[in-house]
Design a protein around this ligand. Structure first.
Ligand code: F63
Length: 426
């Protein structure tokens, strides 16, 4: 790719009549596949020329080349035109997309999903929990006491030639389930599914809570909430998505989470093969920093749909669905043997119970969570008592559409202005 510096230098030489001292490289014309060329060995060779995938016809540059070819100084406005179109093309070349797997961390039930993320130079790959309910990208790191690491992959900034300490900065975060972590901050290159952000803030853990230490399949989180929630101090940092947005073909990421199998997170594009029918978009209130959107109501099993505006957040980092007590009690009234257990901290029922589905509305669209998703897991391994995938939000303080709901749909997180969220069947 021709840099503007090269161009200005060439122009300067051209102006002095010393043209073509730096023959500019125009696009990349890929020659034919030499080893399969039909007439090698006869002392003659011809190569099929094909247009390079990155080739962009640039008229101003073609004219400019003619001036160079005949050693005629190019007029100033032509040189400017060439520089301008090159800059446009280089911006276009930089535009991108990414696509990466979201893999359940547990074979038996979907506690959380992790996605491979490479950090630094040479690349260090960690499995991170993409969390639209928070906005810190933090990792298990070489700055943690070894007593707090139990099998997790760590990021070692001192082993990355592109890592830079964000001097004097720190972070500390606590999640809705009481877990948390804190530490210092570096910037480095971060790549997700082929999409790279240079100088992404990577928050290196110096301390993690016990539930992170015991969760050995999660090496950290990638916050995909709004950057206003970021905890880095004294200067808060941007999320991976906010940093990537201006280079994405479209300012979106999508979640296609699945029940007990790997799904995908896509960045910069909407994959039509991942959903059926239409996507229903509704407004997002990003003020609290979450992807807060209005649901239009609910139905339990084959019962009537109750129209009711429910404000809640789409949170890929939370396993379950947390809704107002009135809705949750209406659901468990239909489940034989269900009780709201203080000892287990929520609604439980005999694992053999037949569960109804749960349908929620987004605008005029309706999404039904299959009964299997709502039988979340035995309260302890092998127990005949199971914990519900739908729980009351009264203790949480906010309604949360976690993975149990998200994996029943294809969800578009549109970071445009204004932000919206789209839901589609799949
Ligand atoms: C289960 N506690 C540790 C843990 C793993 C992933 C997360 O992250 C969370 C937890 C709750 C809400 N949002 C993100 O915490």
């Amino acid at each position: 790719m021709v840099t503007v510096t090269n161009l200005v230098l060439t122009a300067a030489l051209a102006a002095l009549g010393l043209a073509s001292a730096l023959p500019p490289k125009i696009g990349t014309i890929r020659t034919g596949d030499e080893k399969n060329s039909p007439n090698l060995g006869s002392g003659r060779a011809s190569f099929k020329q094909v247009r390079g995938s990155r080739y962009r016809f640039n008229g101003a540059r073609a004219v400019y080349k003619t001036y160079l070819k005949y050693g005629v100084p190019a007029p100033e406005d032509l040189v400017k035109a060439v520089a301008h179109t090159d800059a446009l093309y280089s911006a276009e070349v930089k535009r991108g997309t990414g696509s990466a797997a979201a893999v359940p961390i547990n074979a038996d039930f979907d506690i959380a999903y992790v996605t491979p993320v490479t950090l630094g130079t040479p690349p260090q790959t960690l499995q991170l929990d993409f969390d639209s309910g928070s906005s810190d990208l933090w990792v298990f790191s070489s700055h943690l006491p070894t007593s707090q690491i139990r099998g997790q992959q760590i990021y070692a900034p001192n082993k990355s030639s592109t890592a830079k300490l964000l001097d004097g900065h720190s972070w500390s975060i606590t999640y809705g389930d009481g877990s948390g972590s804190r530490g210092n901050v570096y910037t480095d290159n971060v790549t997700v599914g082929g999409l790279t952000v240079g100088s992404q803030a990577i928050e290196c853990a110096q301390q993690v809570s016990s539930s992170f230490t015991t969760e050995d399949h999660i090496d950290g989180l990638v916050g995909l909430g709004f950057s206003t929630l970021n905890t880095v101090s004294p200067k808060s940092q941007l999320t991976f998505f906010d940093n990537a947005k201006s280079n994405l073909d479209s300012p979106v990421f999508t979640a296609d989470l699945k029940y007990k199998q790997a799904g995908t997170y896509d960045f910069g594009f909407i994959d039509e093969a991942k959903y059926t029918g239409e996507i229903t978009y509704v407004p997002v209130n990003s003020d609290p920093g979450y992807w807060t959107f209005p649901s239009s109501g609910y139905a339990v099993g084959s019962g009537n749909f109750t129209a009711s505006s429910i404000s809640g957040i789409a949170d890929t980092g939370t396993s379950l669905v947390y809704l107002p007590t009135a809705i949750v009690t209406a659901y468990y009234r239909q489940v034989q043997g269900a009780t709201n257990s203080r000892s287990y901290g929520g609604y439980v029922f005999p694992c053999a119970s037949t569960l109804p589905t749960f349908t929620f509305g987004v605008g005029a669209a309706r999404f039904t969570i299959p009964a299997a998703y709502l039988n979340y897991a035995p309260v302890t391994p092998g127990s005949a008592t199971c914990f519900g995938g739908l729980q009351s939000s009264s203790g949480v303080g906010i309604n949360i559409w976690g993975d149990v709901a998200l994996k029943a749909a294809f969800v578009v997180f549109n970071g445009g202005n204004p932000p919206t969220i789209g839901w589609a069947a799949k």
